[in-house]
Design a protein around this ligand. Structure first.
Ligand code: R5P
Length: 304
């Protein structure tokens, strides 16, 4: 119990030093409540303002994807080097150690498979379960121009509204229907629609022509998916160009976990994202790590 006789009057009120009101560092997210901003600050690195999201949610519609046959063997060793784990609740609960304190962006859509129409998704996780799993953000896909465009947009609206109720941000994923042309016009349209509907950040693909306009026209951060496996230098170059043109990070899967050395590759990607390393230098780092010439890999991850 407090000793009432010893209550001392405060004396250092810092008179003359104005209390700082720092602007929040994540693009377009300056007017959110504390919980929302706190979660976004777990996703985007406070120093670089960027993020390395490790995507391994592919199984939710395409089953045991190459590199993800055993998430315990293929993904768990990569966790120390990622800022964010993007995955399904099934993978999280069954394989990811709860002692991993990385931010989780939870895949909350599903209901289709590679054997049917991809755009026909539903919301597949209740917000209570996302809270139970301590998700830093929730995510669903929109398929602009595809057969079930409207349904996928409704899913996004529903997710944003429920997330807003509990202070959990939503990342919109721009899925691409089989017939869609992957160009700046398409991604400019899809990312802008997602942001206008209230998504807190958006995942897009990189395009060689006009990506700068896609980023500039989207009022919240864009992170890029890696897409199909490329040679390591090409994947690092794609990440570098995307960041240089305004992206705020990567949400990369296959180009990391299908690499010959995923542990080395994720560190090379992180060097591009957080240290603005040029692709050639990042490839050198990849090769050195792969050859075992950089002894303490975890030290590199910690410094980023
Ligand atoms: C699709 O399955 C998911 O949205 C992936 O998370 C996304 O495509 C990123 O993975 P990748 O870099 O392999 O394209």
């Amino acid at each position: 119990m407090a000793d009432k006789d010893d209550i001392r009057e405060g004396k250092d009120f810092g008179i003359g030093i104005p209390q700082e009101n720092r602007p929040f560092f994540v693009k377009g997210n300056g007017a959110l409540d504390w919980g929302m901003q706190n979660r976004l600050a777990r996703i985007f690195n406070l120093v670089s303002g960027r993020t390395v999201m490790l995507a391994f949610d592919h199984g939710y519609f395409q089953g045991p994807t190459t590199g993800l046959e055993r998430i315990d063997l293929g993904i768990v060793p990569l966790i120390p080097y990622a800022d964010v784990l993007m995955c399904t609740r099934g993978a999280l609960r069954s394989v990811i150690p709860p002692s991993a304190t990385k931010a989780v962006v939870l895949r909350c859509s599903g209901g289709q498979s590679i054997l049917t129409e991809l755009s026909r998704e539903a919301i597949a996780v209740d917000i209570e379960d996302a809270i139970r799993l301590n998700a830093a953000a929730i995510t669903t896909q929109i398929y602009i121009g595809a057969e079930y465009e409207h349904q996928s947009i409704r899913n996004l609206i529903q997710l944003i509204d429920t997330g807003n109720r509990y202070g959990i941000p939503t990342m919109a994923v721009t899925g691409v229907g089989a017939e869609m042309k992957r160009d700046a016009r398409y991604f400019g349209l899809a990312t802008r629609i997602a942001a206008e509907l209230g998504a807190h950040y958006v995942k897009s693909y990189f395009v060689e022509e006009g990506f700068e306009r896609v980023c500039a026209g989207c009022p919240v951060p864009i992170v890029i998916a890696g897409g199909k496996k490329l040679p390591e230098l090409d994947a690092l170059t794609m990440a570098y160009q995307a960041l240089d043109q305004g992206a705020a990070g990567v949400d990369m899967g296959r180009n990391i976990f299908q690499s010959d050395d995923p542990v080395a590759m994720i560190q090379a990607v992180a060097a591009v994202v957080h240290k603005k390393e040029k692709p050639g230098k990042a490839l050198q780092l990849y090769q050195q790590l792969k050859a075992g010439n950089v002894p303490d890999r975890s030290r590199l991850a910690r410094s980023s």
